[in-house]
Design a binder for this molecule. Structure first.
Ligand code: SR1
Ligand code: MG
Length: 401
C-alpha cells in the first residue's frame, strides 16, 4: 500500500523494520521513540522519528498536492525521483546533501538523515543571520551536481539514459504553470496584495515581458543540460554557521543549469526586496542587503571557478573541453540565470506560492512597496538579461531601481 501512514506506531514500525538496511546501530532505545510531523512544505508529508538521542526523517508522498488536496493529483514517481536525485547529488556533493538510508516504493516513502541542527535558510535570512560560507557552499553544490550530470562529464549513452530516468512531467507542469503562465495573466490561482493590484495589472499588459517569459519557459522545457534540483528556493536549503544542506529535489529533471542558479539567486533577491519592511534599524537592513549581494557574487565566482576546474580535469568530450566554448557556455548560463531569477521574483510576489520574506510584512501598504520592487526588478531581469553580463551589472541595475 502507498496509503498515508495512519498513526505514529505505523511510522515507527516502518523505520524499525528497515533499520537493518541503513544502520543497525540506530535506535538502541526503541521504547522511547516518538514521531513529530515537521513538514511545512507545499507537497509532501515529513516526520521526525526520535528518542531524543538519535533521530531519522521519513518523507512520504501521497498522490496529490498536500496544501491543495485530492483536487490536484500528482504522480507518486516524484518520491522515487527525489530519493534517487539526493543520492546522485550526494555522490558529487556529499557535504551538501543529507544521506538517504532507505527508499520504499510500496510506501512512496524514504528514510533519511536528520539535519535538524540546521535552520531553514528562509528563516535565517529573515532573521538576518550572518552565513559567511553560504555563497561558496551553494556555488560548489551547483557546480558539482550540474557538471557531473551533464554532457561535460557523462558519455552520450549515460546522459540520454539519465534524461529518460528523470522524466518528471507532473512536477514540471507545476513549474511551467506557476512560473511562466499564472503570474503573467489574471489567473485564478494568483494571490495579489490589494495595494499591488494596479502594478500587477500593468505587468499583465506588458507584451514584451510576456514574450521573454515565453522564451524562458521554452528553454526550461527543451534544454536538457543537467540534472536540476529544480526547486532551489530558500526553503529547500538548511543552514548552520559552518554548514549548508540542500533538500527536497522532488522537482528534479534534466533542464537548463541556469534554472537552478537563477532560482536561488531569485530567492536571495526576494529577501533583499523584503528588507525595508522587515523589523530592525535602517543600517542593519542596508548591511544585510550588501551581504546578500556579496553572497550572490561569491556563489557565482565559486560556480565559475569550480565548473572550469571540473571541465579541465574531468571533461571527457574534447569538443566541449575547449576553453572558448566553456567560457561562452558559462557567460550564457549567467544571463539566462538572471531571467529565471526574475521569474522567481514575480511568481513569488503575485502567483500562488508566496514567500515569508515578503508575506511576513504585516502592513499591506509597506509590504506593497517591497512587492513593487520585486516586480520591477523581476521584469528588468527578464527583459534585460542579455545585457546583464556580470554580478556587477546586476548590482548597478538594482541601484537604478
Ligand atoms: C503547488 S506547489 C507550489 C510550489 O511549492 C513547491 O515547493 C514549488 O516551489 C512549487 O512551485
Ligand atoms: Mg520543496
Amino acid at each position: 500500500t502507498n496509503a498515508k501512514f495512519v498513526n505514529d506506531a505505523e511510522i515507527i514500525e516502518f523505520v524499525l523494520s528497515n533499520t537493518r538496511i541503513f544502520n543497525t546501530e540506530q535506535f538502541t532505545d526503541t521504547s522511547a521513540l516518538r514521531v513529530e510531523e515537521i513538514g511545512d512544505g507545499n507537497i509532501n508529508f515529513v516526520y521526525r522519528i526520535t528518542n531524543d538521542q538519535q533521530s531519522v526523517i521519513v518523507k512520504q508522498a501521497l498522490p496529490y498536492v498536500r496544501i491543495i488536496g485530492e483536487g490536484w493529483p500528482l504522480s507518486l514517481d516524484r518520491i522515487r525521483i527525489e530519493a534517487q536525485c539526493l543520492k546522485e547529488e550526494g555522490a558529487w556533493a556529499a557535504d551538501y546533501v543529507p544521506a538517504v538510508y532507505y527508499f520504499d516504493l510500496a510506501r512512496s516513502a524514504f528514510i533519511m538523515q536528520d539535519i535538524g541542527d540546521h535552520e531553514n535558510l528562509r528563516h535565517a535570512l529573515i532573521a538576518r543571520r550572518s552565513l559567511p560560507e553560504l555563497g561558496r557552499h551553494l556555488g560548489e553544490f551547483l557546480a558539482e551536481t550540474l557538471f557531473h550530470t551533464s554532457d561535460f562529464y557523462l558519455d552520450t549513452y549515460q546522459k540520454k539514459a539519465a534524461v529518460a530516468d528523470y522524466i518528471n512531467p507532473d512536477l514540471c507542469k507545476i513549474t511551467e504553470e506557476l512560473f511562466f503562465l499564472d503570474p503573467f495573466c489574471d489567473h485564478e490561482r494568483n494571490s495579489v496584495n490589494p495595494p499591488l493590484r494596479e502594478a500587477a495589472e500593468a505587468l499583465w499588459q506588458d507584451e514584451a515581458l510576456k514574450i521573454e517569459a515565453a522564451k524562458l519557459k521554452y528553454h526550461f522545457m527543451n534544454d536538457a543540460q543537467a540534472l536540476l534540483h529544480a526547486d532551489l528556493h530558500s526553503g529547500s536549503v538548511f543552514v548552520k554557521a559552518e554548514g549548508t544542506q540542500v533538500i527536497d529535489p522532488e522537482f528534479a529533471f534534466y533542464g537548463p543549469m541556469s534554472f537552478d542558479i537563477g532560482s536561488i539567486i531569485g530567492n536571495l533577491l526576494l529577501n533583499f526586496a523584503g528588507q525595508p519592511g522587515l523589523e530592525g534599524a535602517a543600517e542593519e537592513k542596508q548591511d544585510y542587503r550588501e551581504y546578500l549581494l556579496n553572497t550572490i557574487d561569491t556563489l557565482w565566482a565559486t560556480f565559475c571557478s569550480r565548473f572550469k576546474t571540473l571541465v579541465s580535469e574531468q571533461c571527457k568530450d574534447p569538443v566541449f573541453a575547449s576553453a572558448g566554448f566553456v567560457d561562452a557556455f558559462i557567460a550564457n548560463t549567467w544571463r539566462e540565470s538572471m531571467g529565471y531569477a526574475g521569474t522567481e521574483l514575480i511568481r513569488r510576489t503575485i502567483g500562488l506560492a508566496h514567500v515569508a520574506d515578503l508575506d511576513c510584512i504585516e502592513d499591506i501598504d509597506v509590504r506593497a512597496v517591497s512587492e513593487k520592487f520585486a516586480l520591477d526588478l523581476g521584469s528588468a531581469l527578464i527583459k534585460q538579461r542579455q545585457v546583464i553580463k556580470s554580478p556587477q551589472v546586476l548590482k548597478a541595475l538594482i541601484q537604478a531601481i
